[in-house]
Design a protein around this ligand. Structure first.
Ligand SMILES: *Cc1c(COP(=O)(O)O)cnc(C)c1O
Length: 460
């Protein structure tokens, strides 16, 4: 008898692109788990929709506070999604064989988007709602350049000007990401820049600063708050960003059904938390509704381990303290992580919704060192052929550890992870790894303690 043909790719037709985003808040509330409202940095009071209006269009603010389970994806956004969605789910047979593991390893591949990561899933939605509201120009920050490229692409799709404040260190080290943004039509400056008050102040004090994500956010927020034609756009952390990313997890549920398997463990890397939320929230929703049971793991860098080592408290999202104060796992807004190559994971905080799930025991987190991650990334490239983004190697490392543990215990185990992006613009970090020049950074306990000493005082 012939055995069933082996399937590597689980591909959905483009008309299976989700029609709604999934809001996990709707399934948390019946369990008595409620999101904590943000606090105004000036008044110390909970903020209302009007407080956010200078920065975001009202449609996004309403999504930020929504408790509806499903939110319809506007047709123009869904049409743009179809440039690259649904993304493939693949079984990593060759990696399984190399590990000699009984585990089945599946990955959802978001590197097929034009910008090379999951980030266009929210960039397209944000550009659309801004355009609808009559906004002409968006200001944003970017670290490694993934988010800047995604928003530059979305600006080109919906006809908006885009101004990107790019962290100085990346601006100097990663010219190709900058050129991609400029090709899409965005203007890019190194941050801190002479274009904002905050940037000019920092440049006067420390002319050779490498910058940081927290600083670039302050500059972009100042830009947007100071101009009527401009709003601000953030690529992670906020509730509406988590929401837009849930197309990933919804597709993966359908694709795992095609594969005829249920994941025992679901893994994604976490910087601000958006690709993690995107993959896992729809699965967590099934758990909350009693339709399934999975272990869920966020993989984060040892150099910026907000979920595993941070405190769950109120903190600022940026270094200049212009943003609302939110309750999240944080290392302190003044903490500047070591220059690990996974630039997208170098953030002091974690999305409030991801933090809330962690605090309630619905998800786990693990921190990993960058050299072990690159080793896992190279192993993945040599077996599956895809060169992963340095951020995504954190998920691969944890997936491999899970597969090896299953082998040790002689257990079957179904593993699903998110491959959040490709690493084609990160080759210089691979070169460093291959030449033995990458270092690991210990968890900087002292600097975190210093940074946490300046947390905002909220409530009494
Ligand atoms: C930005 C980025 C991340 C980290 O951001 P999250 O909001 O935590 O998803 C991870 N992977 C890739 C490829 C990225 O570009």
């Amino acid at each position: 008898m012939a055995s069933a043909p082996r399937r590597t790719k689980f591909v959905l037709d483009e008309d299976r692109t989700p029609r709604t985003w999934y809001n996990v808040v709707a399934d948390l509330l019946p369990k008595g788990i409620a999101p904590v409202p943000p606090i105004h940095p000036g008044t110390g009071q909970p903020i209302g929709p009007e407080d956010l209006a200078p920065l975001f269009p009202m449609a996004l603010i309403m999504q930020e506070v929504s408790a509806d389970r499903e939110i319809e994806i506007p047709d123009p956004v869904r049409d743009a999604y179809m440039l690259y969605r649904p993304s493939p789910l693949q079984r990593a047979y060759r990696l399984e064989r190399a590990l000699d593991t009984p585990a089945h390893i599946y990955f959802k591949y978001e590197g097929v988007s034009p910008a090379g990561s999951h980030k266009p899933n929210t960039a397209l939605a944000q550009a659309f709602y801004n355009k609808e509201a009559g906004v002409k120009r968006l200001a944003t920050e970017t670290g490694a350049g993934q988010w800047g490229s995604a928003l530059a692409f979305a600006g080109a799709v919906f006809g908006l000007e885009v101004k990107v404040y790019m962290v100085r260190a990346s601006y100097d080290q990663k010219p190709y990401r900058r050129i991609l943004m400029e090709t899409y039509g965005a203007s890019v400056v190194a941050s801190p820049s002479p274009d904002t008050n905050y940037g000019r102040k920092l440049l006067a004090e420390t002319p050779d600063t490498p910058g940081s994500l927290g600083i670039a956010i302050t500059e972009a927020v100042e830009d947007a708050a100071g101009r009527d034609d401009t709003k601000y756009s953030l690529g992670s952390v906020l509730n509406h960003v988590m929401l837009h990313q849930t197309v990933i997890g919804q597709e993966s549920i359908e694709q795992m059904q095609m594969a005829g398997e249920e994941p025992d463990v679901i893994i994604a890397c976490a910087g601000g938390g958006s690709n993690f939320a995107g993959l896992v929230f729809p699965w967590v929703g099934r758990m909350l509704r009693g339709e399934g049971s999975h272990r869920v793991i966020a993989a984060e860098p040892e150099a910026a381990p907000s979920l595993t080592r941070g405190v769950y408290t109120y903190d600022f999202g940026d270094t200049g303290h212009l943003t609302p104060i939110v309750k999240m796992h944080t290392l302190g807004s003044e903490f500047i992580p070591e220059p690990i190559h996974a630039g997208g994971l170098r953030y002091h905080g974690m999305a409030p919704l991801v933090s809330l799930l962690k605090e309630n025991g619905l998800i786990d987190a693990r921190s990993v060192h960058q050299r072990a991650c690159f080793e896992a990334g190279v192993r993945f490239a040599r077996t599956e052929g895809i060169l992963p983004a340095p951020e995504s190697t954190h998920a691969i490392k944890v997936a491999i550890d899970e597969a090896l543990e299953a082998k040790e215990r002689g257990e079957s185990r179904v593993i699903l992870f998110n491959l959040s992006g490709h690493g084609h613009f990160d080759l210089s970090s691979y070169e460093k790894y291959l030449r033995g020049g990458l270092e690991d950074y210990e968890y900087p306990a002292e600097r975190v303690a210093e940074s946490l000493a300046s947390l905002p005082k909220v409530g009494g």
